[in-house]
Write a protein that binds this ligand. Structure first.
Ligand code: AMP
Length: 395
C-alpha cells in the first residue's frame, strides 16, 4: 500500500483529494471542523517534506456554481487549523487554476473551488480528471468519505500519475483499521451490528460471518429475528419480508461456528417518544401496542460480557433509539463496555453511520481504537467491496 513515505515530495506539487465537505451555518461559518482536522496530518507531512499542496474537494451538492456551496467560505477556518495561509482560486480547472498552481511555492497551500461546480466531477469525466491532474506532479487521495465514489477526482484522476500516486494518512488508516478487524485480527473477534434495519446490514453480515467468532445483533433489526423465531414483538420495527433471511443468517452462523447473541430483554415503550411509558419485558413477549426501543438490563450485561472477552471488536449501529435520552442507555453501556475492553488491550473499530454519532455524542469516541470518518465508504468496506478510490491507487 503506497503512502506518503513512499514518495519524494521535495519541490513537488501534490494534488490532494481531501474531504472538506463540512457543515456551514447560515453565516457560512464552519460548524464542525473534524474533516479539516482529519486531513491535516497528510497536508503538514507533505509541506514538511518540501512540497506544496493543491487541495481539491467538493462541498454539498450544488446545482451549477451556487455561491452557498463555495469553498471560499472555509478558507479562513482551514488557514487557522492548518497554521498556513491557504490560497484560494475560484475554479478547479482552467487558466486561473493553472496560473495559481504554477505560482505555488514549496510550503504553500492552494485550495481549489468546489469540484462539483462541474458536473464532469461526479460523471467521472476523463478530460476533466486530466485537467485536474495537469495542476500537479503527485496525486494523493485522502478523502475517505468519497472513496466509494468513482468520481473524476477520487478515482479517474489516478491513471494520470502511474508512478506518483499514493494514499494519504487518513485513507491509509481507515483501510488498515478494517484490515485489522476483518483480516489480521486477534481472536476472539466480535462484531456488533445494530441500527434500524436488517436489509441495510445484510451484505455486511454475509461478509463477516467467515471472520468473526461472535455476532451481537441489537437495535431495531433484532425484531425481525425475534418475530421470525415466533416471538411477540408488539409494534416494534420489523421487516416482514426479511424474516426468512434472518433465519437463514442464524443457520449460516451456526454452520460456521459463529456464536450469535440476540437480546433477551428489552426496554419497551407505548409510543415512539422520549416521554412514553416504559417497561422492561422479555424480547419475545412485547405487549400489543408496545414497541422495543432499547436493550434491556440482562441484554446489556450479556453484551458487555461478550465484549469484555473479545480481542477485536467491530461496532456498527446503535442498540437502541439513542437519539432519545430515555432509550440511549443500552447504546451507552455497550459503548462503555467497548471502551473498557479497549483499555484492556482489545482493538476496537467503530464505523459506518450512527454508532459513530453515538460514540461521539456520549464522549466514548476517544476510548475506541479507531473511529471511522466515512459512513458510506466504511459500510462498503465492511461489505467486502473494493472502493474505486482505493482501487485506483492500488492499480
Ligand atoms: P442504522 O443507520 O441502520 O445504523 O440505524 C440507526 C438508527 O436505528 C438510529 O437512528 C436508531 O434510532 C435506530 N434504532 C435503533 N434501535 C431501534 C429500535 N429498537 N427501534 C427503532 N429504531 C431503532
Amino acid at each position: 500500500m503506497k503512502t506518503l513515505a513512499d514518495i519524494d515530495f521535495s519541490n513537488k506539487k501534490a494534488v490532494i483529494r481531501v474531504d472538506f465537505n463540512v457543515p456551514l451555518n447560515d453565516e457560512f461559518q464552519v460548524t464542525d471542523t473534524t474533516r479539516i482536522e482529519a486531513a491535516k496530518p497528510t497536508i503538514i507531512e507533505i509541506l514538511e517534506a518540501g512540497g506544496s499542496c493543491i487541495l481539491m474537494s467538493h462541498l454539498g451538492r450544488p446545482k451549477g456554481c451556487q455561491e452557498e456551496f463555495s469553498l471560499k467560505h472555509i478558507v479562513g477556518t482551514a488557514s487557522d487549523l492548518l497554521g498556513v495561509n491557504v490560497k484560494f482560486v475560484d475554479d478547479c480547472v482552467g487558466s486561473a487554476a493553472e496560473a495559481a498552481a504554477a505560482e505555488l511555492e514549496p510550503g504553500e497551500i492552494l485550495l481549489l473551488e468546489n469540484l462539483r461546480y462541474h458536473p464532469e466531477e461526479t460523471a467521472g469525466d476523463e478530460a476533466f480528471a486530466k485537467a485536474l491532474a495537469s495542476l500537479g506532479d503527485v496525486y494523493v487521495n485522502d478523502a475517505f468519505g468519497t472513496a466509494h465514489r468513482a468520481h473524476a477526482s477520487t478515482a479517474v484522476i489516478a491513471q494520470f500519475f502511474p508512478d506518483h500516486k499514493c494514499f494519504g494518512l487518513l485513507l491509509a488508516k481507515e483501510i488498515a483499521s478494517v484490515d485489522k478487524v476483518l483480516n489480521n485480527s486477534e481472536k476472539p473477534v466480535t462484531a456488533i451490528l445494530g441500527g434500524a434495519k436488517v436489509s441495510s446490514k445484510i451484505t455486511i453480515i454475509e461478509n463477516i460471518l467467515d471472520k468473526v467468532d461472535h455476532l451481537i445483533i441489537g437495535g431495531g433489526m433484532t425484531f425481525t429475528f425475534i418475530k421470525a423465531q415466533g416471538g411477540s414483538i408488539g409494534d416494534s420495527l420489523v421487516e416482514d419480508d426479511k424474516m426468512e433471511l434472518a433465519l437463514d443468517i442464524l443457520k449460516q452462523a451456526e454452520a460456521k461456528g459463529v456464536q450469535v447473541h440476540l437480546p433477551t430483554d428489552v426496554l419497551a415503550a407505548d409510543g415512539f417518544a422520549n416521554d412514553a411509558n416504559t417497561q422492561v419485558c422479555p424480547i419475545n413477549e412485547i405487549p400489543y401496542n408496545w414497541m422495543g426501543l432499547d436493550a434491556g438490563p440482562d441484554t446489556r450485561e450479556a453484551f458487555a460480557k461478550v465484549v469484555s472477552q473479545s480481542k477485536t471488536i467491530l461496532w456498527n449501529g446503535p442498540v437502541g433509539v439513542f437519539e432519545m435520552e430515555s432509550f440511549a442507555n443500552g447504546t451507552i453501556s455497550l459503548g462503555e463496555a467497548i471502551v473498557a475492553a479497549t483499555e484492556n488491550g482489545a482493538f476496537s473499530l467503530v464505523g459506518g453511520g450512527d454508532s459513530v454519532a453515538a460514540a461521539k455524542q456520549f464522549g466514548l469516541a476517544e476510548g475506541m481504537s479507531y473511529v471511522s470518518t466515512g459512513g458510506g465508504a466504511m459500510l462498503e468496506m465492511l461489505e467486502g467491496k473494493t472502493l474505486p478510490g482505493v482501487a485506483a491507487i492500488l492499480d
